[in-house]
Write a protein that binds this ligand. Structure first.
Ligand code: LLP
Length: 412
């Protein structure tokens, strides 16, 4: 359920007509619904009955207004860089609710995390562990550590976003991980607090989650036999959403399946959802610049692959709807952006509403990995982000200016 609905053929975000916002902020822009974000966060978080912490995956959408909202709802943050840590802290997220994932943390990033007093760092290699020990010793602190184990489970998702297979760069193979824990136990400035695991994104079936939890559970028992007792089990993110006709598990079914497996494990569960919270809570609004009939019909819009990379990068499906519904007539066309690449498309060969120059289109389900993956390619200023709440809206990130584009550049 989301709050992007037509009222008298006009698309609204909650109580605000989308066209009114476009008239004030210009196009393109990302548009988020507070009600939908809140509802999705709560539906996910409240589905769990065991002790748990929901750390929103900041990479999915890192605007501080959203991180602040989830923080106020009791959530934390899953971060993967010093920049995301900076954002989470600026947003007021409690550092004791921040977990730090990622295969390539730099020493500076480790220092920042340790100084900030975050809950734990998910370590992914022996060299990273040794580096962290050195950084923690130099600061005279103890680093709270969980190792990310790689369970070698197929998440059955797009190859680029599958992370829990042996061939993926992530984590320590689960069968070798005991060595890492034993080594960490001997390190003076390392405090073992957990085990973590994340197998991929946009999963539409619970069984890979269950399979990996079963493997992790056996591993946690092995740790206990070795005298290592953990406080946190971090199961990552990955629950998919409906973009087209997928049937992902509902949060309740996902939580129930995990909690069934968790029986007997006395640790706090950590979850790192991203897409399932924000994916269907935002749209990208764009304007038709031109229509042209070449070898096929092209609808040229003012948003490109730099604004929303997912169609070009993963061949991802995003529904495209008119902001004002008219005849209801459909035609086959490619919806393409202004970028100088043939890979710059929002949809290809699909039936879309017949439209005309100047019409507004809504690219649906654009909240996750939409703005956060946008770039300045072709020297295009990044677009604004707007947050609606009831009858009002706020620009939570201004449109970039040409001056922003060259900030920091110098001619020697
Ligand atoms: N935790 C870790 C360690 C992750 O690597 C990720 C996502 C998440 C949590 C959140 O996963 P989610 O709940 O959002 O599925 N750019 C791609 C998705 C990349 C996902 C990377 N990791 C896309 O647009 O589909």
């Amino acid at each position: 359920m989301n709050h992007f609905q037509y009222k008298n053929n006009v698309l609204h975000c909650e109580e605000v007509p989308v066209a009114d916002i476009a008239a004030q902020v210009g196009t393109p822009f990302y548009l988020y619904s507070t009600e939908t974000l809140t509802r999705h966060f709560k539906a996910f978080d409240q589905a769990f009955t065991l002790p748990h912490l929901t750390c929103f995956a900041a990479k999915a959408c890192s605007n501080i207004a959203l991180l602040n909202l989830f923080g106020k709802l009791g959530g934390g943050a899953d971060i993967v860089s010093g920049g995301e840590l900076f954002r989470a802290l600026k947003a007021g997220v409690d550092p004791r609710k921040i977990v730090y994932s990622g295969v390539g943390k730099s020493e500076e990033e480790m220092r920042f995390a340790l100084r900030s007093g975050i809950l734990m760092l998910n370590v992914e290699s022996h060299q990273e562990l040794e580096t962290l020990q050195g950084v923690a010793a130099s600061l005279g602190v103890t680093a709270p550590v969980s190792f990310r184990v790689n369970p070698d489970v197929d998440p059955k998702t797009h190859a680029y976003i599958s992370t829990g297979l042996a061939k993926n760069k992530f984590g320590i193979p689960i069968d070798d991980a005991l060595h890492s824990y034993l080594a960490a136990r001997e390190m003076k400035n390392i405090d073992i607090v957990g085990v973590s695991c994340h197998i991929g994104s946009q999963l539409t079936d619970v069984s890979p989650f269950v399979e990996s939890l079963q493997k992790v559970k056996v591993f946690v028992e092995r740790l206990a036999q070795a005298g290592i007792h953990i406080s946190y089990l971090d199961l990552g993110g990955g629950v998919g959403i409906r973009y087209q006709d997928e049937e992902p598990p509902l949060p309740a079914a996902y939580a129930e399946a995990l909690e069934r497996e968790m029986q007997g494990l006395a640790c706090t569960l950590i979850l790192e959802p991203g897409r399932v919270i924000v994916g269907n809570a935002a749209i990208l609004v764009t304007k038709v610049l031109y229509i042209k009939q070449g070898g096929k019909k092209f609808i040229i819009v003012d948003a490109g692959m730099n604004d929303l990379a997912r169609p070009s990068l993963y061949d991802a499906y995003h529904a495209i709807q008119p902001v004002v519904q008219s005849s209801g007539e459909l035609e086959v066309a490619d919806v393409v952006g202004p970028i100088c690449e043939s890979g710059d498309f929002l949809s290809r060969g699909r039936k879309v509403a017949v439209c005309a120059k100047g019409d507004l289109l809504a690219v649906m389900s654009a909240g996750a990995y939409g703005f956060s993956m946008s770039s300045n390619y072709n020297s295009r200023p990044r677009v604004p982000e707007v947050l609606v709440k009831g009858h009002s809206f706020h620009v939570i990130r201004q449109r970039e200016t040409f001056e922003d584009l060259i900030a920091g550049e110098v001619i020697p």
